[in-house]
Design a protein around this ligand. Structure first.
Ligand code: ADP
Ligand code: MG
Length: 414
């Protein structure tokens, strides 16, 4: 594990230093009011903020991504941060423009300046090679304004983006406390998971979840993958099942993932579990469970069915390791949280090592007040899965390069 190979906040002086702090406080929002549903990720950075109390901290994060309903300003996040941390929190509705740069230049120690959603900058949305990221306007505009870069965004460490990799390559850089804690906890499981090891994957961010299944199974890290949410629909489609007309429309946009799923099924079909029934919304808004082979339906499936959740629950309870990322249904809608709640509850009844990850799934566990019943609660979804599947994380690789630079230059000025 790379945990020994990068520098941490123990290795640097921060007093009066201008620090860019990259965090991931991308949180679940109420679909209609956009108010913050769960602030777990905001609370998770408190140790790092406490350590940086003597520095001029400029905090950067993203919220969702362009095109999504929850792609919003970070102002409510700044307000939430101000509520529980002892320091003064100021928000600037700009990222790299003149207003942001002026405010950064005037930052004071003991104050936290929160930049707006970093993904409001187009460049921040592109995954690219480190050398390209160094040349982005994002990195060129921001890096001269800082003495130190602290990366505490474990949940975004699987992205090769300007604020995660570019700034880390451009500045003296260390890992924050949360980054350290997550890497340590997950590396324990990475060594050799106790068997049987079951993964439960749902949610909507399929690009983080589908390709990683192949890595997990090829490296023999799991005995069963139980699918819900959009990944379940992709695998059902890949195995020739007919979905509702709305789900078929959605699948038409996910051809690449369906091909990946077909290839996975060819090699590992006995390890993949898909739902035998799904829950749909009837005209009155009520939940109705139907076998997947049932008559043609129009609307999207919004949850796994009760028979499926019973089958999955039994496998979870008797497993020795359970890793779960992504809700199994649209848990934000009343009645369609049944599958996800049942899976979380079964995990709390499992005697093995249990780990949940992902903003939405962890958000629900926190709302239910059951977070302490898991062996580890990760703030990350995709990054956690990438790491567990044995892939390296671009954000961590960049921190390792930063440590090598520090050693070479014997830069003790920090
Ligand atoms: P996480 O944050 O836990 O990693 P994702 O961000 O991938 O999870 O996905 C969370 C979203 O997935 C939720 O907003 C939820 O409504 C949605 N979702 C879950 N099941 C379905 C489904 N069957 N169809 C459409 N969206 C779904
Ligand atoms: Mg999410």
């Amino acid at each position: 594990m790379p945990t020994q190979n990068f520098a941490t906040l123990d290795d640097v002086q921060t007093k009066d230093k201008r620090v860019f702090l990259r965090v991931d406080i991308n949180v679940p929002l109420d679909p209609s009011t956009h108010s913050i549903l769960d602030d777990t990720r905001i609370r998770a950075i408190s140790e790092t903020l406490g350590r940086l109390e003597d520095a001029k901290v400029v905090l950067g994060s993203h919220q969702s991504r362009p095109g999504k309903d929850d792609f919003t300003s970070l102002e409510p996040h700044a307000r939430a941060l101000a509520e529980y941390c002892n320091q003064e929190v100021k928000f600037v509705d700009d990222v790299i423009g003149p207003q942001a740069r002026q405010r950064i230049a005037k930052a004071e120690p003991g104050q936290i300046l929160v930049l707006d959603n970093l993904r409001f900058c187009a460049e921040e949305n592109i995954d690219d090679k480190p050398e390209k990221l160094l040349k982005t306007h994002f990195v060129k505009q921001l890096s001269p304004l800082f003495d130190l870069n602290v990366n505490d965004a474990f949940a975004t460490a699987h992205r090769s983006q300007p604020s995660i990799v570019g700034l880390t390559d451009a500045l003296p850089s260390v890992a924050g406390r949360l980054m350290e804690k997550e890497l340590k906890a997950i590396s324990t499981l990475l060594q050799e998971p106790h068997r049987p090891c079951v993964y439960v994957l749902g949610g909507a961010k399929v690009e983080d979840k589908i390709p990683v299944i192949d890595h997990i199974l090829t490296r023999n890290k799991a005995d069963k993958i139980l699918l819900g949410g959009v990944p379940a629909k992709i695998f059902l489609k890949a195995s020739g099942k007919k979905l509702s007309s709305r789900d078929e429309q959605e699948m038409a946009t996910l051809g690449l993932h369906i091909e990946t799923a077909k290839a996975i099924m060819k090699k590992f079909s006995e390890k993949i579990e898909t739902p035998t029934d799904l829950a749909y919304e009837e005209s009155g808004g009520q939940r109705t469970d139907r076998n997947i082979d049932a008559a043609q339906l129009k609307d999207s499936a919004l949850d796994i069915g009760v028979r499926t959740l019973e089958r999955y629950s039994a496998m979870i309870k008797s497993a020795s390791t359970v890793v779960s990322n992504g809700p199994l249904g649209v848990f934000e809608r009343s009645g369609f949280d049944l599958g996800t709640k049942a899976i979380l509850e079964s995990m709390t009844l499992c005697n093995g090592y249990t780990i949940i990850g992902g903003g939405h799934l962890v958000g629900l566990a926190s709302i239910l007040g059951i977070e302490s019943n898991f062996s580890h609660v990760s703030t990350a979804g995709g990054a956690m899965l990438s790491l567990l599947s044995g892939q390296s994380l671009p954000g961590v690789d960049a921190l390792i390069r930063a440590a090598e630079r520090m050693k070479k230059t014997k830069d003790n000025s920090l």
